[in-house]
Design a protein around this ligand. Structure first.
Ligand code: SF4
Length: 692
């Protein structure tokens, strides 16, 4: 395949920027061509998107299955028959010896909807296991849980991005769009050009925070108190939208009582944000005719992430900034298919269409589509970290698809040990990731440009990635892998390798569910620049804006949730006196498995670092670029100092994209949110020393 330009989407983050790909002769394989017609990014791409074809090259990616023929031996090239046979034998053998729940499956938020759907079905129908979850649990699960609690439905943004420039005020909480999805910054620039106001809440003065009219820098882990303090001020200053609260919500009195216990002066002591700044934020937000609160990983990746997001939703509901045009709460989803990946069955408690695995009607519906007895479907399994923590014990064999938990999971050295203790590990990936390097069998799979499939971006817009290139010899798609494994394990039917066929089944399985894709087709997506779910039938226009008439609860009202502040799971003390928070940099993506293999991205972001305030640097005696040892109760990491006044003096920041000595997740705390089971990536206690 050469020369033809194919419209498609970036393989990385949840913005799912439109681009076109043109095959080229030679080792470069393909080049990116601007696709200005796609409304989300209008042709703009960040460096990751522009350089994405680099991972398609031979030499960078895997092109042959690898097997470890003896324990402790090296991975060696093998044929597909041997590799697939070993996986069927490994998974099937453990299942026969220890039961179905001794076999686990770990998916990824980058998998297409078709793959996420097929993987969930494979786990429950072929393996019969309840033990399936995915790395998206580490990304948006707290916002998802809070959405469900308040609105009865979880879709990242209840409005399209194009609404942002037309609202009056945006509060951006724990989101650094300048690093995570630069093309989305234009929505904030346009907001300001239109006279709208921007408030950024972030412990660091990021490039995004620099654009704000007001920047609040709370101590990490105190966002919940900050949100409650703002609700308190809304009440104290008579800013509650009483009519909206009466007509469209329930539970205000209890939520109000919780917020009133959070006096602004108390909140100032907890967060370190002066009362005057809190008042200013409330004034800016309530003074505008409309407003949005957008959260990202900052408030969500905490052991109280669901309550923290809940407090921000309470703030929106109390001020009447929800369920109305140009107003509302939204979550800026992170992973490429973070939204769709949590809708179609790879999550531990879910069936396709965002149905609950515990709902008898949902089980009947999906079982009928799958042609199985509803009684045969297992119940909910463990969440992602709990599943990883059970490896080598209750769970003895694992199939990993599109995930690299050795770098991305909290308390990563522990997770690495657990993976190494498995009886059998199989990994399907495009590169030899740090997790794949531990496997008994590694399968080389096709990439975004070499296969078709849908993803659902942060707006709930279902988009189509089209096959633009022929894959190199020696690789197969994830769907082909599941088709072959299902056949070897006795299910010759029901696992098509063609993504279009899988999508047709997904449409039927999702019909009538919360995330209803029944009216979405590949043809419609192509003709309409994506279709917003829910879209229950072919004549339905899709739903770009949710909740304008009613919320998705039984009585149509949104629920306030009574929440109160609590400390982080791990507070600082004399031994560990500094707070560590983690995040991303613009030139790398998630665990870095792909982006660390791209020269231009490595030149921009060659390795980990410890960002710290000059006073803290002086106290421990390090200069710019000198190695700093960061130690938590879980381990030690070393990386060069990056000294800046843009961070609080009681906090250090590390990006989490790298393995080895500078791996940030060696340090992070796996304390889980009780509702979402999200680990507390954003806060843990550490001590710092010069490591010269
Ligand atoms: Fe890709 Fe996200 Fe960059 Fe867009 S912002 S080019 S989707 S990584």
């Amino acid at each position: 395949m050469t020369g033809t330009e194919t419209p498609t989407h970036c393989p990385y983050c949840a913005l799912q920027c439109g681009m076109s790909l043109r095959p080229v002769a030679g080792p470069e394989v393909a080049e990116v061509v601007e696709r200005t017609g796609f409304p989300v990014n209008r042709g703009a791409l960040c460096g990751k998107g522009r350089s994405a074809p680099a991972v398609l090259r031979r030499g960078v990616r895997l092109t042959s299955p690898l097997v470890r023929r003896r324990p402790g031996g090296e991975l060696e090239e093998a044929g597909w028959d041997e590799a697939l046979g070993r996986i069927a034998g490994g998974l099937g053998g453990v299942r026969a010896a220890h039961g179905a729940d001794a076999v686990g499956v770990f998916g990824g938020g980058g998998l297409t909807n078709e793959k996420a759907y097929a993987l969930g079905k494979f786990a429950r129908v072929v393996l019969g296991t309840s033990q399936i979850d995915y790395n998206g649990r580490f990304c948006m699960s707290s916002a998802a849980a809070a959405h469900q609690r308040a609105f009865g439905l979880d879709r990242g943004l209840p409005f399209p991005l194009e609404d942002i420039p037309r609202t009056g005020c945006v509060i951006l909480v724990g989101s650094n769009l300048a690093e995570t999805m630069p093309p989305a910054l234009r929505y904030l620039t346009e907001l300001k050009a239109n006279g709208g106001r921007l408030i950024v809440i972030d412990p660091r003065r990021t490039r995004t925070a620099e654009q704000a009219d007001l920047h609040l820098a709370p101590r990490p882990g105190t966002d919940l108190a900050l949100a409650l303090g703002m609700v308190h001020l809304v009440v104290a200053e008579g800013r509650v939208d009483e009519e909206f609260v009466r007509a469209r919500t329930r539970g205000w009195e209890e939520a109000r009582a919780g917020a009133m216990a959070h006096w602004p002066e108390l909140v100032e002591r907890i967060c370190g944000v002066p009362v005057a700044r809190l008042r200013e934020a409330v004034e800016l937000f309530c003074g505008a005719e409309s407003g949005m609160v957008l959260t990202a990983r900052g408030p969500e990746q905490q052991a109280k992430g669901t309550d923290t997001v809940g407090a921000w939703i309470n703030f929106c509901l109390a001020t009447g900034r929800a369920g109305r045009p140009l107003s509302g709460y939204g979550c800026l989803t992170g992973q490429g298919n973070g939204q769709g990946g949590r809708e179609h069955g790879q999550k531990a408690d879910q069936l396709p269409g965002y149905r609950k695995l515990t709902d008898p009607a949902a089980r009947r519906h999906v079982a009928e589509v799958w042609g199985v007895d509803p009684e045969s479907l297992p119940g909910p399994g463990r969440s992602a970290y709990e599943l990883l923590d059970a490896l080598g014990q209750d769970v003895r064999a694992l199939l990993v698809m599109g995930s690299n938990p050795v770098v991305s999971a909290p308390h990563a050295s522990h997770v690495e040990r657990r993976l190494a203790s498995l009886d059998f590990l199989a990994v399907a990936d495009v590169v030899l990731s740090e997790t794949a390097a531990l496997a008994d069998v590694v399968l080389p799979v096709t990439q975004w440009a070499e296969e078709s499939g849908t993803t659902t971006n942060l707006e709930g817009r279902v988009v189509l990635r089209r096959r633009a290139l022929d894959p190199p010899e020696g690789v197969r798609s994830d769907l082909e892998v599941l088709h072959a494994l299902a056949g070897l394990l006795g299910h010759g039917k029901g696992f098509p390798a063609d993504p279009a066929e899988v999508f047709e089944e997904l449409r039927r399985a999702s019909a009538g569910g919360a995330a209803d894709y029944a009216g979405i087709t590949y043809e419609r997506i192509a003709a309409e620049d994506g279709v917003f779910w829910p879209c229950p039938d072919a004549d339905h226009p899709g739903t770009p804006r949710l909740f304008l008439d009613r919320f998705a609860t039984e009585d149509g009202r949104a629920s306030f949730v009574p929440v109160v502040h609590r400390a982080a799971a791990e507070e600082t003390d004399r031994e560990y006196p500094v707070v560590l928070t983690t995040g991303r940099v613009v030139a790398q993506y998630q665990s870095g498995a792909q982006t660390r293999r791209v020269d231009e991205l490595n030149a921009a972001a060659p390795g980990p670092f410890v960002e710290l305030h000059p006073r803290l640097a002086e106290r421990i005696g390090v200069a710019e670029g000198e190695p700093v040892a960061v130690t938590s109760r879980r381990g030690r990491a070393v990386a060069p100092a990056r000294i800046t006044g843009a961070i609080r003096a009681d906090t250090v920041f590390m990006p989490f994209h790298w393995p080895g000595e500078g791996r940030a997740n060696t340090l992070t705390n796996p304390a889980l949110d009780p509702v979402s089971r999200m680990p507390e990536f954003k806060v843990c206690a550490v001590r710092l020393e010069a490591a010269r």
